[in-house]
Structures are given as structure tokens and as C-alpha cells.
Design a binder for this molecule. Structure first.
Ligand code: 0WD
Length: 255
């Protein structure tokens, strides 16, 4: 398929080949998009550079999304290489490990600030920085999780950060919509990635889904990538400010 033919995409949040953003990048490449990659810090360079090479990346830049100057540099390079950006993928989250277990009420002020800054504010900062070079009908997507709307044990401050992220999606969609730019979130079911390994009891969550979700299985990175393809292609032209669940239907369950 060629759903993204001629489109330029900048990807934030590839850490390795298990990352959701990697599966999204692969699907985008297969559908004709040209990709530009960023990675959080020097430690990830050796993992992300080979991925950029594999998928023919137009650039591969270090960018800590908590630093405005790092973001600005990616905008400069994207402008130089692409002119306009059609797709921005935000697949980034972080909270200090100690905040991802125990009681939420014990969350230190600093951990709260860091989690909200990296996991939610960064989407606002990216939209602001890229706004001048977004094409007409550009699409922005971010990744969220059900812990934003219901209490999920140990997800704690990350649930609060995801709630802020989902609300930001709505406000950003409203602000950018006048120029045709769409902003949406995918709420993915649990998937075993580097970020997920930081959450205590993650294996129990996975087996709960297999047992209870309507589809009786966990979702894969590829399931999420296909939804991303929909949200970043013209197939979803009329969709913005939305949270699309890709979770085997788990979120619809009551008792
Ligand atoms: O079950 C899951 N895996 C789910 C993940 C379910 C639902 C949602 N998500 C979300 C995550 O919360 C995140 O927003 O999907 C997004 C991608 O997560 P992932 O693919 O599961 O995990 P991973 O491969 O670790 O990618 C997240 C990356 C970071 O990886 P590490 O593990 O090194 O922290 O976010 C990036 C980094 O590459 N990241 C940053 N990027 C730029 N600046 C920063 C930063 N300051 N901090 C983390």
C-alpha cells in the first residue's frame, strides 16, 4: 500500500526494535513515507542509528524533548531536509522508577514534574516548534494508556501524565485545526517494551488482558502501527482530538 506516498514524517521515541515507534516507522516506510529520526540521549544512539539506516532515514538526531534547544535543532534540520513536515509521531514517556510502584500519594514533587514535563508537556512543545513547518493537513499522533482514565496499580504518576497528555491532544487539536493540522492519540494496550519493563507487575497486567479482553489476546506493536497508519493518512481526514483505543477492547469492560 502507498497510503503515505510523498509524506515526510519526524519520529520521536524509537529506543530499540521493540519500541512502538519502530513498528510505526516500519509501517510508514512501507507505505511510502520518508522518515527522520530522533533519539533521547547518547546512550540510545547506537540502537537508533542502525534503525535509521535500515529505514532509509533522512536524518537521525539527538533530542531530549525536555530541552527546547534540542527540539529547535530538529526543526531546523527537518526544514532543511523536508521543507514541510506532514507527520509527527510522539511516542515518548518517562517517570522516575521509584514513582512507578507503591502508593500514588507518595509521589515526590520532582518525580511529578519530570513525568508531566517529558510525557505530556513535550507534545505541546513539539507542536509549537513544528507549527511553522507543518504542511496543510499534517497529522500529529501520540501514545497513551488506559491508566489515564482508570486506576491501574503501579502506573501512578504516569496515569496522571497520560491524562494531561490526552487533554493536551484536545486543546492542541482545537488550536491547530484551523490550519488543517490534526492531533490524535492512540491508547495502546500493554506491550512488552523497554518503557513497560519499568512498571512493576507488568506480566500480571498482560495475563489479565489475555483472560478478560474481548479479543482474548494482547495487542502487538504492529496492531498499533496499523492504527497509526490510519491516523496519519488521509483515511482519517475528518478525525482530530480523538483517543483511539487499540487494546483488544479491554476499555469497554465493566464488571
Ligand atoms: O505497554 C506499553 N508499552 C505502552 C506504551 C502502552 C500504552 C502506551 N505506551 C506509550 C508509552 O507510554 C510511550 O508514550 O507508548 C510510548 C512508547 O513507549 P514504548 O514503545 O512502549 O517504549 P520505549 O521503546 O521504551 O520508548 C519510549 C521512549 C524512551 O525509551 P527509554 O526506555 O529509553 O526511556 O521514550 C523516549 C525514549 O526513547 N524518551 C525520550 N525521548 C526524548 N526525550 C525522553 C526524553 N527526555 N525520555 C524518554
Amino acid at each position: 500500500m502507498d497510503l503515505l506516498k510523498g509524506k515526510n514524517a519526524v519520529i520521536f521515541g524509537v529506543a530499540n526494535d521493540k519500541s512502538i515507534a519502530y513498528a510505526i516507522s516500519k509501517a510508514f516506510k512501507e507505505n511510502g513515507a520518508t522518515l527522520g529520526f530522533t533519539y533521547a540521549g547518547e546512550a540510545l544512539k547506537k540502537r537508533v542509528e542502525p534503525i535509521s539506516e535500515e529505514l532509509n532515514g533522512a536524518f537521525c538526531l539527538q533530542c531530549d524533548v525536555s530541552k527546547d534547544e534540542d527540539i529547535a535543532l530538529t526543526v531546523e534540520v527537518a526544514k532543511e531536509k523536508f521543507g514541510k513536515v506532514d507527520i509527527l509521531v510522539h511516542s515518548v514517556a518517562f517517570a522516575p522508577q521509584e514513582a512507578l510502584k507503591g502508593r500514588f500519594v507518595d509521589t515526590p514533587r520532582d518525580a511529578f514534574k519530570i513525568a508531566l514535563d517529558i510525557s505530556a508537556y513535550s507534545l505541546v512543545a513539539l507542536c509549537k516548534a513544528y507549527e511553522p513547518i507543518f504542511s496543510q493537513n499534517a497529522s500529529v499522533i501520540t501514545l497513551t494508556y488506559y491508566g489515564s482514565v482508570k486506576v491501574v496499580q503501579n502506573y501512578n504518576v504516569m496515569g496522571v501524565a497520560k491524562a494531561a497528555l490526552e487533554s493536551s491532544v484536545r486543546y492542541l487539536a482545537n488550536d491547530l485545526g484551523g490550519n488543517g493540522v490534526r492531533v490524535n492519540a492512540i491508547s495502546a494496550g500493554p506491550i512488552k517494551t523497554l518503557a513497560a519493563s519499568g512498571i512493576s507487575g507488568f506480566r500480571t497486567i498482560l495475563s489479565q488482558i489475555e483472560e478478560r479482553a474481548p479479543l482474548k489476546r494482547n495487542v502487538t506493536q504492529e496492531d498499533v502501527a496499523k492504527a497509526a497508519l490510519f491516523l496519519c493518512s488521509d483515511l482519517s481526514n475528518g478525525v482530530t482530538g480523538d483517543v483511539l483505543y487499540v487494546d483488544s477492547g479491554y476499555n469497554i469492560l465493566g464488571l
